[in-house]
Design a protein around this ligand. Structure first.
Ligand code: PGA
Ligand code: ZN
Length: 428
């Protein structure tokens, strides 16, 4: 049973306050959850409660959220069985009582939900992935890893947000990870050769200084893949997170500020299809804006059989939004972020509805992260198949990748690697 719940304010990888909760059980088990925070957040996400007091961490302190854990959540949860995750998460939603967790804050609720899961797993003496996923949790994810970080994670130096790679030629997680590390190191050389400073963006990828077009990131990335000795597309493919809601204008146009170009919906679809024709791209996230369902549907019609098309801001890990997308034939993959929805149980529900629709889930970190590695366990527990954590630099990123390496070792011969075959389910 839960005997103590303690909440505190700690700091994320951008030095922004965030909520951390410890849950203690009778008999000595305990768990901790530390929540991440986005920068290019979708407008349909659950609410991240911040104090808004300009005199305290520029309005971003989370003392109210912490107060809610101690005064409202803790009294209601003390004495409950931590292994009853579904009932506890339901109770958390009831205590909040709003659609988007705006009363208690999704940050306070999620920290508790995560800490309860960790405490229950430790109390049962099993790893979290096994506790959440059961005996069949064994699939190591294909990694999607950022090499160049732009958009909201680099002061909009580029309009496109993430230039990532997927080691499609790999046959194990550790081999795939090694390939990406090689691409990262090779791209460092490519940047030096092009006279670009080696600054680091929010998720650990290279900061795109002095780019004159968004396409330049793709050119450098292809050069980096080749420099590392891999065949672009065959061994290492490119993924993009366009995060287009960030540059979608009220009049329905898409504006690439770097190039001083504006596109209509149809022109922007042409722009993306053209990039997909000319570069070894296998995946595009948020190609169209979070409110542009029609554009998203049209983009899917055009290239949804050739590419993974991921909805992040469009779906916000919400079952009704995912189901709407499935009904309308929009995209074929869903980015899964726990703090977009606010509890472990609702996240598991979103993964389940993604899979049952034949879409692919991609478990994802946020741009503001911590030393918390819960998402790694979530990815393996659900045999999700893909994991996106930012780059291979900065400890809030490597803490996740290193955890996959440890679990790969622990599972040994029982491990199954997702590999590029997972795309067979959606591509023809
Ligand atoms: P965010 O970025 O955490 O800033 O929203 C991650 C993403 O867009 O996938
Ligand atoms: Zn995204």
């Amino acid at each position: 049973a839960i005997t103590e719940i303690k909440a505190r304010q700690v700091f994320d990888s951008r030095s922004v306050p965030t909520v951390e909760v410890d849950v203690h059980l009778a008999g000595g088990g305990w768990g901790r959850g530390t929540v991440p925070s986005g920068a290019s957040t979708g407008k349909f996400e659950a609410l991240e409660l911040r104090d808004g007091d300009a005199g305290s961490f520029q309005g971003k302190a989370v003392y109210q959220a912490i107060g809610h854990v101690e005064s409202i959540i803790a009294p209601a949860l003390l004495g409950l069985d931590a292994t009853d995750q579904v009932a506890i998460d339901q109770l958390l939603c009831q205590l909040d009582g709003t659609e988007n967790k705006s009363r208690l804050g999704a940050n306070s609720i999620l920290a508790v939900s995560m800490a309860v899961a960790w405490a229950a797993a430790r109390g049962s003496n099993v790893p979290l992935y096994r506790y959440l996923g059961g005996a069949n949790a064994k699939q190591l994810p294909l990694p999607m890893i950022q090499i160049i970080g732009g958009g909201a994670h680099a002061r909009a130096t580029t309009d496109l947000q993430d230039y990532l790679v997927i080691p499609v030629g790999s046959t194990s997680f550790s081999q795939g990870y090694e390939m990406v590390v090689n691409v990262y190191q090779a791209t460092k050389k490519v940047f030096e050769r092009h006279g670009k400073p080696l600054a680091t963006a929010d998720e650990g990828g290279f900061w795109p200084t002095g780019f004159s077009t968004n396409e330049e990131g793709l050119q450098l990335l292809v050069e980096g893949i080749e420099e590392a000795g891999y065949q672009p597309g065959k061994e290492v493919a490119i993924a993009l997170d366009i995060a287009s809601s960030e540059f979608y204008e009220e009049d329905g146009s898409y504006r690439l500020a770097l190039e001083n170009r504006s596109f209509t919906r149809d022109e922007f679809i042409d722009y993306l299809c053209d990039l997909a024709d000319r570069y070894p791209i296998i995946s595009i996230e948020d190609g169209m804006a979070e409110t542009d369902w029609e554009g998203s549907r049209k983009l899917t019609e055009r290239i949804g059989k050739r590419l993974q098309l991921i909805g992040d801001d469009l779906f916000t890990t919400s079952v009704p939004r995912i189901q709407k997308g499935v009904r309308q034939g929009v995209y074929n993959s869903v980015l899964i972020k726990m703090n977009q929805i606010g509890t472990i149980t609702e996240t598991l529900d979103a993964i389940e509805s993604t899979k049952s629709a034949g879409y692919l889930p991609v478990i994802s970190a946020r741009s503001g992260e911590t030393e918390d590695a819960t998402i790694v366990h979530l990815a393996i527990a659900t045999n999700a198949g893909q994991l996106k954590v930012g780059s291979v630099a900065r400890s809030e990123r490597t803490v996740k990748w290193n955890e996959v390496l440890r679990i790969e070792e622990e599972l040994g011969a029982a491990a199954h690697y997702a590999g590029k075959d997972i795309f067979k389910r959606i591509l023809s």
